[in-house]
Ligand binder design. Structure first.
Ligand code: DNO
Length: 346
């Protein structure tokens, strides 16, 4: 497996020069951030990013994410044009050597948390999801990093209502339509599409969420049964629900060669089903990172892996979940486990 690190481009407070100093880093996972959602990423911008990454000794083989416009998820308005644009993005990225594209099909909101800087006993801060707090939030007035903040409250309300009306089956049907359009292009370009699970994997604010559990992952993979239609298996997104057994999912979908990208994040599940993000080390959270990596090793996983959300430690400030220090610790911890697994199985 290839170790990678998420990088938000030249404006990221985490400099690419620092990322390359983390042992065993093969490349960064990045995106073009200054093009509106749904539009085609100009080839010059893609090549400029590639050149910037490559000149720092790293690869740019994974894009996270090419966002899917809400019109596609709702199959309304300009969806047909946005799907054509999406296909063009796949073609352009493949021309620049990209092998894997991560995306999600979460309505309106990407990952959701009730607090981004909850302080733990050791003074570190992390992202948390407390059910009672989330239940009290007004989604039309919320803004979290990673979310599209361009909606006015009344537009947000209209969108939420449209999804409530669409319901889960409507969303499945729109996802199927989207996949049937884009996967043939991905196959032609030999780019692996890797859907990110819903985070958290349950419905919030009454909006449907479908990439949540084993039965739904089975259903998703069958919508278009092609290896290019695969998964970003995010341990923390799926694993914050105790009905998801991550090593089991890794073994199952890994053996089917349908996992293209592994996100490793640890979370501590609380009694009421709330959760707190923790350090990657197994002893800190509810997930056994050793068992998860062992499952990847056993199925001969050859895709990309990256440490996901880290805490803020050692006085660092920056993008919630995406500082340098704790993610670097996560990468090095994972390197240690992977090296041990590889050498002890020889
Ligand atoms: C959270 C990330 C997600 C992910 C998107 C993929 O930190 O894992 O925002 O990038 O859901 O489209």
């Amino acid at each position: 497996m290839k170790m990678t690190f998420r990088y938000y481009g030249k404006t990221d407070p985490v400099k690419i020069e620092y990322i390359r100093q983390i042992p065993n880093m093969s490349g960064v996972v990045s995106a073009i951030y200054d093009v509106e959602v749904g539009e085609v990423w100009p080839m010059e911008k893609i090549l400029e990013l590639k050149e910037h990454v490559n000149s720092n000794g790293l690869e740019l083989e994974v894009i996270e994410s090419v966002p899917v416009h809400e019109d596609i998820k709702l199959r309304r308005g300009d969806y047909a044009r946005y799907i054509e644009n999406y296909k063009q993005n796949i073609r352009n990225l493949s021309k620049a050597g990209v092998k894997c594209i991560c995306y999600n099909f979460m309505p309106v909101f990407d990952w959701t948390r009730s607090q981004l800087d909850k302080m733990a006993e050791d003074g570190s801060t992390s992202l948390v999801y407390y059910k009672d707090q989330v239940d009290k939030l007004d989604p039309t007035k919320l803004a979290l990093p990673g979310w599209d903040s361009s909606y006015a409250p009344e537009e947000m309300k209209e969108l939420i209502d449209a999804y409530k009306e669409l319901g889960e089956e409507g969303l499945w049907s729109n996802l199927e339509h989207f996949l049937k359009e884009i996967i043939p292009v991905a196959a032609e370009c030999d780019v692996n599409m890797a859907i990110h699970p819903d985070d958290p994997p349950w419905s919030i604010f009454g909006i449907p969420r479908i990439i949540t559990c084993e039965a739904n992952l089975d259903r998703f993979l069958k919508l278009v049964d092609d290896p290019h239609n695969g998964l970003t298996l995010c341990s923390g997104s799926l694993g914050c629900a105790d009905f998801n057994d991550i090593p089991k999912l890794v073994r199952k979908y890994g053996a089917m060669k349908r996992i293209h990208f592994a996100h490793i994040r640890n979370v501590k599940i609380l009694e009421d089903g709330s959760f707190e993000e923790t350090a990657h080390y197994s002893g800190c959270g509810s997930l056994d990172v050793y068992e998860i990596l062992k499952a990847y090793h056993e199925v001969g996983f050859e895709g990309y892996v990256r440490p996901d959300h880290g805490r803020m430690i050692w006085g660092e400030t920056g993008k919630p979940g995406y500082g340098l220090f704790d993610r670097a610790l996560g990468a090095v911890y994972m390197n240690g486990i992977i090296e041990t697994l590889e050498k002890s199985s020889k």
